[in-house]
Ligand binder design. Structure first.
Ligand code: FAD
Ligand code: N01
Length: 551
């Protein structure tokens, strides 16, 4: 996880319109749009290149689980026509190539500074500007900050006793070595069974002498049915991209999934099973769109959960292992559903074993392996597939100090509070892309990223037109939004799971359902209505401090 600085450059100083933190898909598109407004902007990223998630997560088997024809930028028709995806679900190397292609095509790099961590952003109420500092000595005064820091970019390493004593190699899926890892002949421990583990275990097991998986919570996983992208399938999208993208933007998750508007529990069993079989056969996350009440009605959810459990029992030959892998402690979909290639079948291989660490947690990492219940599992390498301090971690790791001297960490002590997931009261001119309180991680992130970037761009253009330079949400608007986000979450089954959506994977993190589950379509309409009403719920001000929130 150490950062190497391969490029020399002198520290930056002076005034700029916008500092963007993060050069993933969010930061890249933000820069492109701000240039279109004629604003000066600079992007900082710790990484040595663009791509964010797809720069860091180079573990074996890493790929997206939203179809590539949908998990891609929609803002430029020529771009979406000319780029060719090779698989239905692109792998990490291809997505990273795409990010680099976009960076080149739109000449983004000249305003990007890599291998640079933004450490501080402090608002000065006198100048209404942010003082931004980095770990390479940059000190910029920015009118606006856009935090494109990612929801799943602050990797989390559990603090197992003895972790540093391990004599072999350790890896975190979110910081995978660029040169790759050769596990040939190695005994490998994988800790965790979330999406990253579920993608990587089958690939690691093809190479390693033995893989021991340490599972605390089994997850539901649906086969991806990935395959080569056919010319005709790509064409079917490209021929009507604008219309399809427009339709996706108004869906619940930003994905065209053919949702069935029917209750699972009210559908006769035989018909229900046929529908599940069809969804299972076509694969992917759209399994959850099989019925309209899977995420709100426990009885309906149980039918889907049991269907998947039965599939696991069919696939995994050893009944005890199958039962361990079959999730029973949370409704299906309330932890991020996983998508795999041969995950369950991998447990039929003689070189793969599963250790349950729910009831007997990992006690320690020893010099030679992993200790559970007094038994030492000797390994040569440990893969930590232990996830992220999701949604808030990348933000709270920066010293962000607002108008009244309070830090973001203090403001969010009891859980993140935002207005629309875009801004926080007390932190003027600081925007977040896919922040907590927006649909974000519950959606096709490309759709949500583009929506936020477009909204922020329009907002900055509007401020300029009104000769304003400062925008901040009111506490009242923020409180009402937070209440709404909670209220909607509690109409669903989501809060019943100890998920990272709830902050449950981080000790001491407040248990609050962080994303907005009202759906990307409804959310977009709300954001647009707020803007159309003169930025309702925000206070706009200018050099003369003219308040013009609602004209
Ligand atoms: P990121 O891509 O996370 O980029 C944020 C960048 O900010 C990082 O490069 C980071 O280094 C930088 N940064 C953070 N803090 C600082 C700082 N203080 N100073 C400087 N730089 C900083 N979403 C989907 O919709 N579909 C998928 O199939 C999907 N698959 C995923 C698979 C994996 C393995 C992971 C981890 C996530 C996946 N996601 C998926 C979510 C994914 O994060 C988003 O789709 C998207 O890539 C996020 O883009 P972003 O620009 O918002 O953030
Ligand atoms: O992380 P996770 P991830 N002892 O938090 C376990 C996206 N993504 O990197 O569930 C033992 O899901 C933990 O156990 P538990 C996607 O949004 C997408 O896999 O807390 N185990 C869990 O099993 C995803 O949801 C793709 O009980 C410990 C695992 O580590 C998100 O990123 C691919 C432990 C962490 O799972 C995060 O996924 C990859 C401990 N002390 C990622 N601490 C796609 O396919 C943690 N664990 C698109």
């Amino acid at each position: 996880m150490s950062r190497t600085t391969s490029t020399e450059r002198s520290a930056m100083a002076g005034e700029i319109d916008v500092v963007i933190v993060g050069a993933g898909f969010g930061g890249m598109y933000m820069l492109h749009r701000l240039r279109g407004l004629g604003l000066s902007a600079i992007v900082f990223d710790v990484a040595s290149g663009v791509g964010g998630t797809w720069y860091w997560n180079r573990y074996p088997g890493a790929r997206c689980d939203v179809e590539s024809m949908q998990y891609s930028y929609a803002f430029d028709e020529t771009l979406q026509q000319e780029w060719q995806w090779s698989e239905l679900f692109a792998g990490q190397p291809e997505i990273l190539r795409y990010a680099n292609y976009v960076a080149d095509r739109f000449d983004l790099r000249r305003d990007m500074r890599f291998e640079t961590r933004v450490t501080d952003a402090v608002f000065d109420p006198a100048t209404r500007r942010w003082a931004v500092r980095t770990d390479r000595g940059d000190a910029l005064s920015a009118r606006h900050c856009v935090m494109a820091t990612g929801c799943l970019s602050a990797a989390r390493m559990p603090d197992f006793p003895g972790r540093d004593s391990f004599k072999g190699q350790t890896y975190h899926t979110g910081y995978w070595p660029h040169e790759g890892v050769d596990f040939t002949g190695k005994r490998v421990a994988v800790i965790g069974t979330g999406s990253s583990a579920i993608q990587s275990i089958p690939v690691i097991a093809q190479q390693a002498e033995h893989v021991t998986v340490f599972q605390r919570t089994p997850n539901f996983s649906i086969p991806s049915r990935n395959g080569p992208m056919s010319e005709s399938y790509a064409r079917s999208w490209k021929d009507s991209y604008p219309a399809k993208r427009a339709e996706a933007r108004m869906t619940r998750n930003g994905i065209l999934a053919n949702p069935l508007d029917k209750s699972a529990i009210e559908t006769p069993e035989a018909e229900r099973l046929t529908i599940y079989e069809q969804r299972w056969a076509s694969g992917g996350t759209t399994f959850m769109a099989a019925f309209n009440d899977l995420i709100v009605n426990k009885a309906s959810n149980d039918t889907a959960a049991e269907f998947v459990r039965n599939k696991i029992r069919e696939m995994v030959k050893d009944p005890a292992t199958a039962e361990l892998l079959a999730p029973t402690n949370h409704p299906i979909g309330t932890k991020r559903i996983c998508v795999d290639t041969d995950y369950y079948l991998t447990y039929n291989q003689p070189n793969v074993s599963l250790v349950d660490v729910r009831h007997t947690p990992i006690e320690a990492i020893t010099p030679d392996g992993v200790m559970v219940g007094g038994k030492e599992y000797k390994v040569d390498a440990i893969v930590f597939a232990t996830g992220f301090d999701a949604m808030t971690g990348a933000l709270t790791r920066i010293n962000i100090v607002g108008r009244d001297g309070a830090t973001l960490v203090q403001e969010w002590e009891a859980g993140p509070r935002t207005y629309l997931g875009l801004m926080c009261a007390g932190f003027p001119n600081l925007f977040m892309i896919t922040g907590p309180g927006s649909p974000s991680v519950l959606s096709n992130m490309m759709v949500s990223i583009e929506q936020h970037v477009d909204w922020i761009t329009d907002c900055l253009a509007s401020l300029r037109d009104r000769q304003m330079d400062c925008i901040e949400p009111t506490r009242a608007a923020q409180d009402a939004w937070v209440e709404h986000v909670n209220e909607v979450a509690h109409t669903t089954l989501y809060p019943s799971a100890a998920s990272w959506y709830m902050g449950a994977n981080i000790e001491g993190k407040p248990r609050v359902f962080m994303p907005y589950i009202g759906g990307v379509g409804a959310y977009r309409q709300k954001c647009d209505a707020v803007a159309a009403a003169g930025y309702e719920g925000f206070v706009l001000s200018g050099p003369a401090r003219v308040a013009a929130a609602a004209e």
